[in-house]
Write a protein that binds this ligand. Structure first.
Ligand code: 5AD
Ligand code: SF4
Length: 466
C-alpha cells in the first residue's frame, strides 16, 4: 500500500450535493449541519475537515443540534467524555423524531472501541452513520452510502498506514490554523487509550507540511499550531528521517508566517537542538506544553513515561536557561493506581519547583484495555477528589503569580475576536498564550498589535493599545 494518498472523494461529494439540492427544492429551505467536537486539538482540526466536506456538499452551517445533519466527533481519553456523548445522543433522538430529514453521524476516538459501537447498535438505533479515526477521509463516500441505505452504516478500521493529503477544510479562524504533522502515538503510557484508538505513529512528509502552511499563509494565516500526540518524535519513522527541530527551522523560514506553536511535547524526546531552535527564533512562541503527569519517579515508571522527577526538573532548567521568558504549561493526573500520599506530595513539589503558567489537572480514569486498568491499588474516589482539590489550589495560586509577572509591560497580541461580554473590547493572545482584553476596533482581528498590559486579573490581562 502507498503511504501517502491524495484526497479523491469528489464524485461522492457531487452525488450527495445533488441529493441535497433535490431535498432543498422539495422543502423550500436550505439543509443545515452542526459539527460537535469533543476532546483535543486533533479532533478540532478533524472537525474542520468534516466541515469543509459538508460545505462542499451544499449543507449550510448551524450551531444548533436541530440541524439536518448532526455529527459528534468524539473523544474517549477519559470516561466522562464517553458519558457526555451518551447523554447528548439521548436528546438527539427526540429531535430526529421531529425532523425526518435529520441524519446523525458519530466519529472519532470513542468509535474505535468495539464495546461502544456494540452499545450504539443496540441502544441508539436511530444513528445513521458510524466511522472511526482512520477513515475520516472517506466521509463523503460514507455519507452517500448512509443516504442510499435504510440501516445504520458502520465502517471502523483497526489501523491504517496511509496519510491522505489535501482534504478540504473549513477553518474556524481566518488568521490561524492547526496543522497536523503526525498522527498516532507509539508511547503506550500505561493509563492512556490514545495509541489503541489513534494507531501507530505516522509522520507527514515535510514538503507536504510546508506546502500546506504556504497555502494557509497565502490565504491570510499568520499563526500555525503544529499538531501531534508527541511532536518531538516527528519524522523518526520517515524513509528519510527529519527531526522536529529541522522541520521547525524550515517552517520558520516561510515569509508572512508570524507565529508558530506546537503541541504536545513528550519530555523524554525533547532535544537540546529543539531548545536551541526555539531560543533562536522570533517566530516560535515562548510557550511549551510539557505534560509531567506526576512528580513521583515511582509513579512515572509505572506510567511508562520514561523520565524521572529529577530528569524532568533538569530538562526544565535547561529550557529556562535558554528562554527565561518562556511559559510552561502541563498535564497532571492524580490518583493513578498505587499513588500514595507521599507520591502525591512529590507532584505538589514538582508543581512548586517548575511554576507552571497553567496546568490541566485530571483525576485518573480507568480505560479498559490499558495496562493501568488492571493494576492493583486503584485509588478510592474520595482520596482522588481530595488530592485533586489540593492540586488545583496549588496550581492556581502559582499560575496567578506567574501570569502577573508581565504586568505593566508591553506585549505583542494576536487579535482573535470581539470580546464576548463587552463588544467595545477585543480579545487576543500573547505569544505565551495568555489572553488580553483591550479597547479597539474589530478591523484589527487577525493582526498582531502592541498592547500595554495594564492590569493582570488572575489568568488574563486588561490592556491598552500603544
Ligand atoms: N485518566 C486521566 N487522564 C488521562 N489523560 C490521558 N489518559 C488519561 C486517563 N486514563 C490525560 C493526560 C494527557 C491528557 C491529554 O489527558 O494527562 O496528557
Ligand atoms: Fe497517551 Fe502517552 Fe501517547 Fe500522550 S504520549 S497520547 S499520554 S500514550
Amino acid at each position: 500500500m502507498k503511504e501517502t494518498e491524495n484526497f479523491d472523494q469528489t464524485i461522492y461529494i457531487r452525488k450527495v450535493r445533488e441529493k441535497i439540492q433535490e431535498a432543498q427544492q422539495q422543502l423550500g429551505r436550505k439543509l443545515t449541519f452542526c459539527v460537535q467536537t469533543f476532546g483535543c486539538q486533533m479532533n478540532a482540526r478533524d472537525s474542520e475537515k468534516l466541515t469543509g466536506i459538508l460545505m462542499a456538499m451544499g449543507y449550510v452551517p448551524s450551531v444548533s443540534e436541530t440541524a439536518d445533519f448532526v455529527i459528534y466527533n468524539t473523544c474517549t481519553v477519559r470516561e466522562n467524555a464517553n458519558r457526555k456523548v451518551y447523554g447528548r445522543l439521548g436528546k438527539l433522538k427526540h429531535l430526529k423524531e421531529q425532523n425526518p430529514h435529520m441524519r446523525i453521524a458519530l466519529c472519532g476516538c470513542m468509535m474505535q472501541e468495539s464495546h461502544v459501537v456494540e452499545k450504539i447498535k443496540d441502544s441508539y438505533r436511530f444513528v445513521d452513520l458510524i466511522f472511526g479515526t482512520h477513515n475520516i477521509y472517506r466521509f463523503a463516500q460514507l455519507v452517500h452510502q448512509a443516504m442510499e441505505s435504510h440501516s445504520m452504516v458502520v465502517e471502523i478500521w483497526d489501523k491504517t498506514h496511509e496519510i491522505v493529503e489535501n482534504l478540504p477544510a473549513q477553518r474556524k479562524y481566518f488568521f490561524k490554523s492547526g496543522v497536523n504533522i503526525m498522527f498516532g502515538c507509539n508511547n503506550f503510557c500505561s493509563y492512556c487509550i490514545v495509541p489503541y484508538v489513534r494507531g501507530r505513529e505516522r509522520s507527514r512528509q515535510p514538503q507536504a507540511i510546508l506546502d500546506e502552511i504556504q497555502k494557509l499563509v497565502d490565504d491570510g494565516v499568520v499563526e500555525v499550531m503544529l499538531l501531534g500526540q508527541n511532536v518531538n518524535s516527528y519524522g523518526k519513522t520517515l524513509e528519510h528521517p527529519v527531526s522536529f527541530s529541522a522541520l521547525l527551522s524550515q517552517i520558520a523560514e516561510i515569509p508572512g508566517l508570524e507565529r508558530i506553536r506546537f503541541m504536545t511535547s513528550h519530555p523524554k524526546d525533547l532535544s537540546d537542538q529543539l531548545i536551541e531552535t526555539m531560543a533562536s527564533s522570533e517566530k516560535i512562541c515562548r510557550h511549551l506544553h510539557l505534560p509531567v503527569q506526576s512528580g513521583s519517579s515511582r509513579i512515572l515508571e509505572k506510567m511508562n513515561r520514561k523520565y524521572t522527577k529529577e530528569s524532568y526538573l533538569e530538562l526544565v532548567s535547561r529550557i529556562r536557561q535558554a528562554m527565561p521568558d518562556l511559559a510552561l504549561t502541563t498535564d497532571i493526573i492524580v490518583g493513578f493506581p498505587g499513588e500514595t500520599e507521599e507520591d502525591f506530595q512529590d507532584t505538589l513539589d514538582i508543581v512548586r519547583k517548575v511554576r507552571y503558567s497553567s496546568a490541566f489537572t485530571f483525576q485518573y480514569s480507568k480505560r479498559s484495555g490499558t495496562p493501568a486498568a488492571v493494576m492493583e491499588d486503584q485509588v478510592p474516589e474520595e482520596v482522588m477528589q481530595d488530592r485533586f482539590d489540593r492540586l488545583l489550589d496549588t496550581v492556581q495560586a502559582i499560575a496567578k503569580e506567574e501570569c502577573a509577572s508581565l504586568e505593566k509591560t508591553t506585549g505583542k497580541v494576536l487579535v482573535e475576536q470581539v470580546n464576548h461580554q463587552d463588544s467595545r473590547l477585543l480579545t487576543g493572545r500573547l505569544g505565551n498564550n495568555l489572553l488580553v482584553h483591550f479597547p479597539g476596533d474589530q478591523s484589527l482581528i487577525g493582526k498582531i498589535t502592541d498592547v500595554y498590559l495594564s492590569e493582570c486579573k488572575g489568568f488574563y490581562y486588561m490592556g491598552e493599545m500603544i
